[in-house]
Design a protein around this ligand. Structure first.
Ligand code: PEP
Length: 251
């Protein structure tokens, strides 16, 4: 079943005390909200344990922002899928453009990370999207198709019950420049079309496709009103409870 989802990617923000305050604020706002959407927060690794404990009796779910593809071993500074599930984390964001750009994560590497996540029964929020130059040169559809093919299309159709797609045009992330609702819908419809060609109508209809890139309380409603946009992956605006939950309520 296709789900409405709003996920907040906190990136490298909030120390422990700040994270506790933000979780408290989000829980309070979500409690007062009548939303049927899934509400997910993705704090840094060091705050995951606290987030899991403090959201236990709420509808807020907790995701990690990344993980390593190996199950264990000599990978100093890294975190495995099993470490996440053992902590009670059931979701992981993979392929965020900042991971692709600053940490050289390629589609091939991401395919391995996706496999490791699924083997450990983690749900994956899989991010992809084109650079500004790629859009300007009219290559954005091709780029997105390649990211999906190389990162995900080795999977069998049954895996897609554990995959959420997040289209995030790189030029709209943290820039204040949002894709227009029409641009978002155009790309989301294209993604659903490729999904249908590859996996059939049922998988294509059931997969949730989130939009990410400078979503704010003021523009969320219009973007979420588009038929193929099932919610959002939110960066900057997820760091303030009122803004984040205003976006949740815009669904
Ligand atoms: C993101 O980092 O996934 C994101 C969408 O950021 P922002 O909302 O700040 O553009």
């Amino acid at each position: 079943m296709r789900q409405k989802i709003v996920a907040g990617n906190w990136k490298m923000n909030k120390n422990l005390e700040e994270a506790k305050q933000l979780i408290k604020g989000i829980k309070k706002e979500v409690k007062n909200s009548e939303t049927e959407a899934r509400v997910i927060i993705a704090p840094s690794f060091v705050n995951l344990n606290t987030a899991i404990k403090r959201t236990r009796k709420s509808k807020v779910e907790v995701s990690a922002q990344n993980m390593h593809q190996a199950s264990s071993g000599a990978f100093t500074g890294e975190v495995s899928a099993n470490m996440l599930t053992n902590l009670g984390v059931n979701i992981v964001i993979l392929g965020h453009s900042e991971r692709r750009e600053y940490f050289n994560e390629t589609n091939d590497l991401l395919a391995k990370k996706v496999d490791a996540a699924l083997e450990n029964e983690l749900e994956v929020i899989f991010c992809f999207g084109e650079q500004l130059e790629e859009r300007k040169s009219g290559n954005h559809f091709k780029v997105v198709e390649t990211q999906l093919k190389e990162g995900l299309f080795h999977l069998g159709k049954e895996s897609f019950s554990k995959i959420v797609l997040a289209y995030e045009p790189v030029w709209a992330i943290g820039t204040g420049e949002t894709a227009s609702p029409e641009q978002a819908q155009e790309m989301h419809a294209f993604i659903r079309e490729i999904m249908e060609k590859t996996y059939g109508a049922e998988v294509a209809n059931d997969v949730s496709i989130l939009y990410g890139g400078s979503v704010k309380p003021g523009n969320a409603k219009e973007i979420f009103s588009k038929p193929d946009v099932d919610g959002g992956l939110i960066g900057g605006a997820s760091l303030k409870p009122e803004d984040f939950v205003a976006i949740v309520n815009a669904i």
